[in-house]
Design a binder for this molecule. Structure first.
Ligand code: TYD
Ligand code: MG
Length: 481
C-alpha cells in the first residue's frame, strides 16, 4: 500500500502526485498495513462477543456524561465547555510552539487524575518543566512580582475536586509502546490521558518505524478505541512542520473527535490555539496564550494585546474589527509601501493570503488609480495572527494607502468590510457585534460598507461611517493627505 503523507489517501501503486489532494511527491510506502488490518479484524471478532447491543437513540442517556473541566478556561471554552469523556482530542503544531507545555499545564490546572505519557522527554525533564510551571500558581511569587494567572486553582476554575493538587494526581509514564500504555491505562483508570506525541508512539502490529503513516494511523485508531471503550478522554499531541509534510495531524483529522491547532510566529510570544474540527462544539474559535517564563498564560481579552503598542501617529497601520468564530477581535494591520529596490516589486504578507493582497493592490490600481506596481508592499498582521476573515480587506487597503501617502490614520478608527473586484465595499457578517466590541474598546469611528443592514440600538459612543467603494474610502480618510 502507498499513502499520501499530506491527506492520508490510500493507493495500491506509487504515484508522483496524489490524486486526492493534488500534492506532489507525498506518496510513501506503508509495507505491513496488511498485517495490521488482519490483527484489527481479529480484534473486531473478539469484541463481537462483548455482549454489547444496539441501543434505541431515544433511550440513550446524555445527561450521564458531564464534561470534565480542564481548569484552563480558554481551553475549556474552545472545546465547547470542557472535554467530553471518551473523546480523542488532537493538539497539533510546529515543534517548539508549546504543545508539551500546554499538555502539562492541563493536569496541573485541572487536578484530574491524569496519566501523562511522554515519548519525548524523560520523567525528570517533565518534573523540571512542572516545577517551572508551578511557579505561576504558587502563592509566593519568586521575585515578589504579581503571580501570573496561567494556572488557576481547580476551585477557582470550577473543577471537580477543589482539594486536589495537580502534581499529586499526575502519573508520568515514559513509554512508547502503545499496547503497554493502553494496558497501564486500563489498570490505572485515569480521568484523563495525555499522549505526547503521536510521532514517537508505535504499535507492534505494524512493522514500520514510529512516525510513519501506518504507525500513526494505527496508534491513533487504538487510542480512539481505548477512549471510546473506557470513557477516558485522551489528548494526543502531534507535530506538524511548516509545509505540513511530516506524517501527522493531517492524516489524523478524520479519525479524532477534536483538532486544536497551535499557531503563532515562533519569535513572538503569543500563541493561538484554533479549533479546526470539533464534534462537540463550534469550529474556528480561537484561544490566545502568551508564552511566559512560567508557561502559557491565557489571554482572556485578545483585542487588548493585538491593538497597537506604539503611540498613535505612525503611518501604515489600520485596525480591523474581525470576527473569529463567534468572538469579535480587534487587531492591527501593518503595511509598508516603498519604492522597489530591484526591478520587480516584492509583495509579501505575513498572516494574510498573498494572492488576496495582490488582488487588493490590483483593485487599488484599476479602480482608484494608485500606481503601486512599482512599489514593494509588505503586510503584517499583528501578534502573528493568521487572518482569513474577508472583513480584513478594508483595513488592509487603509493600511497600504496610509503607508503609501505616509499619512497616519486616526488611532480611534477601525475598519470592517470586504472589498470586491470592482472596488465596491461589501458588507460582512455580524457587523453589529464588531461595532459593539469596537465601542467597548473605546474606538470612536468604524468604517463599514454602505450596504450593511444595521439595527437601531447601536452604541452611541461610536460613529459608524458608511463607505460604498474604494474611492469613497480614500476621500473619507485621506482628503488632507
Ligand atoms: P514546548 O512545549 O516544549 O514545545 P512543543 O512541545 O510544542 O515542541 O515549548 C517550547 C518552548 O517554550 C521552548 O522554546 C521553551 C518555551 N517555554 C517558555 O518560554 N516558558 C515555559 O515555562 C516553558 C515550559 C517553555
Ligand atoms: Mg514537545
Amino acid at each position: 500500500m502507498w499513502y499520501c503523507t499530506n491527506c492520508g489517501n490510500e493507493s495500491s501503486k506509487w504515484m508522483g502526485r496524489c490524486p486526492a489532494c493534488g500534492e506532489w511527491n507525498t506518496m510513501v510506502e506503508a509495507p505491513s498495513e496488511k498485517k495490521s488490518a488482519k490483527s484489527g479484524s481479529k480484534g473486531l471478532a473478539a469484541r463481537a462477543s462483548s455482549g454489547r447491543k444496539p441501543v434505541l437513540l431515544k433511550e440513550i442517556d446524555r445527561s450521564k456524561e458531564p464534561r470534565l473541566m480542564l481548569g484552563l478556561p480558554e481551553v475549556d471554552r474552545l472545546l465547547g465547555g470542557g472535554i467530553v469523556p471518551g473523546s480523542l482530542v488532537l493538539i497539533g503544531g510546529e515543534p517548539g510552539i508549546g504543545k508539551s507545555t500546554l499538555s502539562l499545564q492541563i493536569p496541573l490546572a485541572s487536578g484530574l487524575k491524569t496519566l501523562y505519557v511522554t515519548g519525548e522527554e524523560s520523567a525528570r525533564q517533565v518534573k523540571m518543566r512542572a516545577d517551572r510551571l508551578a511557579l505561576s500558581s504558587g502563592e509566593v511569587p519568586p521575585d515578589g512580582a504579581f503571580p501570573r494567572t496561567g494556572l488557576r486553582s481547580n476551585a477557582e476554575a470550577g473543577g471537580t475536586s477543589p482539594d486536589n493538587h495537580g502534581d499529586e494526581q499526575t502519573l508520568v509514564f515514559t513509554e512508547t509502546k502503545i499496547e503497554s500504555i493502553i494496558a497501564e491505562a486500563e489498570e490505572i483508570r485515569p480521568e484523563l490521558m495525555i499522549v505526547d506525541s503521536v510521532q514517537t508512539m508505535f504499535t507492534e502490529t505494524v512493522e514500520s518505524t514510529p512516525g510513519s503513516v501506518s504507525q500513526i494511523k494505527e496508534v491513533a485508531a487504538m487510542l480512539l478505541r481505548f477512549a471510546k471503550e473506557s470513557g477516558v478522554p485522551v489528548i494526543l499531541i502531534g507535530h506538524i512542520t511548516k509545509d505540513g509534510y511530516i506524517a501527522g495531524p493531517k492524516i489524523l483529522e478524520h479519525i479524532v473527535d477534536v483538532v486544536l491547532q497551535f499557531e503563532g510566529e515562533n519569535r513572538g510570544s503569543y500563541r493561538i490555539l484554533r479549533s479546526i474540527k470539533n464534534r462537540f462544539g463550534s469550529t474556528s474559535e480561537i484561544a490566545v496564550f502568551e508564552m511566559t517564563g512560567t508557561g502559557l498564560r491565557e489571554v482572556a481579552n485578545p483585542s487588548e494585546m493585538l491593538i497597537p503598542m506604539h503611540e498613535a501617529g505612525l503611518s501604515g497601520a489600520a485596525i480591523c474589527a474581525m470576527l473569529d468564530g463567534t468572538r469579535p477581535l480587534l487587531f492591527e494591520v501593518q503595511a509598508l509601501v516603498s519604492s522597489a529596490v530591484y526591478g520587480t516589486a516584492q509583495r509579501s504578507a505575513t498572516g494574510f493570503d498573498t494572492r488576496r493582497l495582490n488582488m487588493l493592490l490590483a483593485v487599488l490600481e484599476k479602480r482608484a488609480g494608485f500606481h503601486l506596481s512599482a512599489k514593494d508592499v509588505f503586510l503584517n498582521m499583528a501578534g502573528g495572527l493568521k487572518v482569513s476573515d474577508p472583513a480584513a480587506d478594508l483595513a488592509v487597503i487603509a493600511a497600504v494607502l496610509s503607508s503609501n501617502f505616509d499619512y497616519s490614520l486616526p488611532g480611534d478608527s477601525c475598519f470592517a468590510g470586504e472589498v470586491g473586484l470592482s472596488g465596491e465595499i461589501r458588507p460582512v457578517g455580524q457587523t453589529d457585534r464588531r461595532i459593539a466590541e469596537a465601542a467597548r474598546l473605546g474606538f470612536k469611528r468604524i468604517y463599514v460598507s454602505s450596504y450593511t443592514p444595521l439595527p437601531d440600538n447601536l452604541p452611541k459612543e461610536i460613529k459608524v461611517v458608511k463607505v460604498a467603494d474604494v474611492p469613497a474610502l480614500v476621500k473619507a480618510l485621506f482628503k488632507n493627505a
